[in-house]
Write a protein that binds this ligand. Structure first.
Ligand SMILES: Cc1ncc(C[n+]2csc(CCOP(=O)(O)OP(=O)(O)O)c2C)c(N)n1
Length: 279
């Protein structure tokens, strides 16, 4: 059922800039945190939704669709923006983002509330096990869809990630790809100082995964790595994507205050000005 978007590869940059602006604005108006976390994985989501996933936004429950889970569910605001821009629903639906009673909030809700949302995530460590289950279901049901999950590096402190990693390689689930948003921060500090995962790429390799390490803001490298992952037929794939938390706004980049902080009016104006100039 492949319905590929017609968006030209060279437009990805523009889409990403547009979504960065919207994210900064909505974080400021709704006072919803995790802006740095969203800006960190935004380019990965843009590439996945415009170039990689076999999906049809007008038929979001098609049983043959590829599955994507944002395992670091606190990045929900970026997922909501991407789904709207990709045509799953009108951008107007995001007007009540963060308001009491809205389904568009800090984390993705369970399926059935927002078209395109495959699972409720936000309790870290659960998205990958769910993606694994979906990939295993594809094998059992003889389907050819692929499953993808984006994990945070801090999220990789969760034991359930490594249980899933062992099982996925043990049963050779090659239709499963994870991308680790490796921005080297988590909620309260440097990942390396809280509980080091170094060397991250070799760790995934030692768990039996096909591993690649890339710049997670470079669309060419993302494309190359995802193509390689698709070609790998014996192992699940892990792509360690080196990213910058807060990417795109100079005073937010690599500044972990923006894990929880939301922009005041002056910060909002400076961020928007910067994002407009860089167009
Ligand atoms: C099980 C669980 N424990 C704690 C939290 C609180 N929490 C929200 S975001 C976060 C940090 C996650 O860090 P990382 O995965 O590296 O994401 P990023 O730095 O990209 O925001 C934590 C600990 C949570 N959501 N779930």
């Amino acid at each position: 059922m492949t319905i590929k978007s017609q968006v030209n590869f060279s437009n990805l940059d523009q889409i990403a800039r547009k979504l960065r602006k919207r994210l900064v604005k909505t974080s400021s108006s709704a006072k919803i945190p995790h802006l740095g976390s969203c800006l960190s994985c935004l380019d990965l989501l843009v590439y996945l939704y415009w170039e990689e996933l076999s999906i049809n936004p007008k038929d979001p429950a098609n049983p043959d669709r590829d599955r994507f889970l944002l395992s670091k569910g606190h990045g929900a605001p970026v997922l909501f923006q991407v789904l709207a821009e990709r045509g799953y629903y009108s951008i107007n639906r995001l007007e009540d983002f963060g308001k009491p009673g809205s389904v568009f909030h800090e984390h993705p809700p369970k399926p059935g509330y927002i078209p395109g949302v495959e699972a409720a995530t936000g309790s870290l460590g659960h998205g990958l096990p769910m993606a694994l289950g979906m990939a295993l279901a594809a094998r059992i049901l003889d389907k050819s869809y692929r499953c993808y999950a984006i994990l945070g590096d801090g999220e990789c402190n969760e034991g359930s990630i490594w249980e899933a990693a062992m099982l996925a390689s043990g049963i050779k689930l090659s239709d499963l790809t994870v991308i680790i948003d490796f921005n080297k921060w988590q909620a309260t500090g440097r990942s390396r100082e809280i509980m080091t995962l170094d060397p991250l790429a070799s760790k995934w390799e030692s768990f039996g995964w096909h591993v690649q390490e890339i710049n997670g803001h470079d669309f060419y490298q993302i494309k190359h790595a995802l193509n390689n992952a698709r070609d790998e037929k014996n192992k699940p794939s892990a792509i360690v994507a080196n990213t910058i938390k807060g990417k795109g706004v100079s005073f937010m980049e690599d500044n972990n205050n923006w894990h929880y902080k939301t922009p005041n009016e002056q910060e909002l104006n400076s961020a928007i000005k910067e994002l407009e100039v860089s167009q």
